[in-house]
Write a protein that binds this ligand. Structure first.
Ligand SMILES: NC(=O)c1ccc[n+]([C@@H]2O[C@H](COP(=O)([O-])OP(=O)(O)OC[C@H]3O[C@@H](n4cnc5c(N)ncnc54)[C@H](OP(=O)(O)O)[C@@H]3O)[C@@H](O)[C@H]2O)c1
Length: 261
């Protein structure tokens, strides 16, 4: 099967490597396509570089938007008319840096990334939130675990979307476990109770039915390794590109986070 991956940075390249090693054919695009070209070279004939985001979709059954939250809406708008027959998979967490370099949540308290992204999509789009629950390093080191596979949680409102995202999660070397509909996506985000967990299927299923204690960014002591690494990634990006003050412009309601533990 063929999957488009738009965004070939930290999480996009990790997901691409695992999917390629599971046999998926990938069509890759990124902002200037240099990182997509390097990634395609690294993964061999399973990866093809598309000339742009729209071309990446051609012939693909699914598209993974491995993009920072701050650029996601623009890319969706750019290719919205070509998304109708695709399953859309989004790993993005709604965090970024403000003008002072502080980590901020880019959405108001109580508003999840999945619900927000669903509102940006054309009517009838098939959205699943997945592949964003672990840092890229943890994701790769947990893939193809044995004897018991590690779980990747996902959420979707769409039955066909469930089939597609479950196939992708298995191809990447994990056991899929659905945590509910899109309204549950806050549980998967940085700060959510299902984020940064490496568990087997039985424990995962018991967690799904368990108490839902959202770990919001204001509760810094509850953040785990993935949050620290996400923040560290964001800081690395900011250091290499200059602090992105537009993050604050795009996100009038933000929650400031304490430094990661
Ligand atoms: N990194 C992690 O460990 C991790 C783990 C879980 C979830 N996440 C979430 O995943 C999202 C992406 O994080 P990341 O760390 O992978 O970010 P990243 O390393 O900055 O990668 C972002 C990618 O998006 C591409 N891009 C930017 N604008 C684009 C456009 N207009 N069209 C096509 N591609 C474009 C960039 O292209 P260029 O390469 O050409 O610049 C880059 O490849 C974030 O929301 C993050 O919270 C990250």
């Amino acid at each position: 099967m063929t999957t488009a991956i738009i965004g070939t940075g930290g999480i996009g390249s990790a997901v691409a490597r695992q999917l390629a090693s599971g046999g998926e054919t990938l069509q890759l695009s990124s902002a200037d396509n240099e990182s997509a070209r390097r990634l395609a070279e690294a993964i061999g004939e399973a990866g093809v570089v598309a000339v742009d985001n729209r071309s990446a979709l051609q012939g693909a059954d699914a598209v993974i938007f491995a993009l920072r939250f701050s650029v996601l809406k623009d890319v969706i708008d750019e290719i919205a008319d070509a998304l109708g027959d695709k399953s859309l998979v989004v790993p993005s967490n709604p965090v970024g840096l403000d003008a002072q370099g502080e980590v901020v949540r880019l959405l108001p308290e109580g508003q999840s990334s999945g619900e927000t992204i669903a509102g940006w999509l054309p009517t009838g789009a098939r959205l699943a939130m997945a592949f964003g629950t672990m840092s890229a390093d943890l994701f790769e080191s947990s893939s193809n675990r044995s004897p018991e596979p590690a779980v990747l949680f996902y959420v979707t409102d769409d039955n066909h979307g469930s089939d597609v995202v479950e196939r992708l999660i298995r191809t990447a070397g994990f056991e899929p476990v659905k945590a509910g509909g899109i309204e549950q996506s806050g549980r998967l985000e940085v700060g959510g109770d299902l984020h940064d967990l490496v568990v087997g299927p039985a424990e995962a299923r018991s967690l799904i039915g368990g108490a839902r204690s959202l770990r919001r960014p204001s509760q810094g002591h509850l953040f785990g390794r993935a949050f620290a690494q996400t923040v560290s990634t964001a800081l690395t990006i900011a250091a290499s590109t200059g602090t992105d003050s537009s993050i604050e412009d795009e996100a009038p309601a933000t929650t400031h986070c304490p430094p990661p533990p």
